[in-house]
Design a protein. Structure first.
Length: 224
């Protein structure tokens, strides 16, 4: 009999608890289902955006491959304005810069790289864009702008060797041979095995060392 009483009492307690808290439970379920539905809607929206960005990029790329830069520009502009943080926009900026360089349009290439440097995702792409932009500035003879781009980089992590090599090229263009030597050596020291073009870097370093030795003054007075 006591068991029956306990069961009855427990049932009454459950009923009372539900009466007191039922509204909160229902509201919690409504919120949970609402969030679930909203998350699914957000996923669908994100997927749609990625597909649109991909389509714009593919069309732009096809025009570039055809050599039709004028036709590629509108797609590039759409990517920049409507999908500024998309990885497709980052790739588009780099591809546009490469295409501009191949046709000798250095200023337009610099514009595309500047956009990538300031907006590209993921962040390492920004560093690559900065390095390539510095090379363009160097090619244009603006060594100060090239060095400023390197010195103002928020990070060089993973790109230490590359940045040091460009600094060497800049110093060499300025006629600062000793600083160029130091930079090339720093680049070689930071170069990981199997990464980068060690052979070209070594040639730069050895050629500069040979030139430096050849420039040393003759202290023998010309006597044999």
């Amino acid at each position: 009999m006591s068991d029956l009483y306990d069961t009855h009492e427990q049932g009454e307690r459950v009923k009372n608890w539900l009466r007191e808290n039922g509204g909160a439970i229902v509201m919690g379920l409504v919120i949970a289902f609402g969030l679930m539905f909203g998350f699914k809607q957000w996923l669908a929206w994100e997927t749609g955006k990625r597909q649109q960005a991909s389509a714009e990029y593919q069309v732009m790329l096809s025009f570039i491959e055809e050599g039709n830069m004028d036709a590629a520009v509108p797609n590039f502009e759409v990517l920049k304005s409507e999908f500024p943080k998309s990885s497709y926009t980052s790739m588009a900026s780099m591809m546009m810069a490469k295409a501009r360089l191949s046709t000798g349009q250095h200023d337009l290439a610099a514009t595309a790289l500047t956009h990538a440097m300031n907006n590209a995702e993921p962040p390492p792409v920004r560093i690559i864009a900065r390095e390539r932009l510095a090379r363009i500035k160097l090619d244009q003879g603006d060594t100060d702008a090239a060095m400023e781009l390197l010195d103002s980089a928020p990070s060089e992590v993973g790109f230490e060797s590359l940045f040091a090599e460009i600094r060497g090229d800049i110093y060499l263009a300025k006629g600062a041979t000793e600083l160029a030597l130091q930079s090339y050596q720093a680049s070689l020291d930071a170069l990981e095995e199997g990464i980068g073009n060690r052979e070209i870097l070594t040639i730069k370093l050895e050629a500069l060392k040979a030139g430096t030795v050849g420039d040393e003054p003759d202290t023998t007075g010309g006597e044999m």
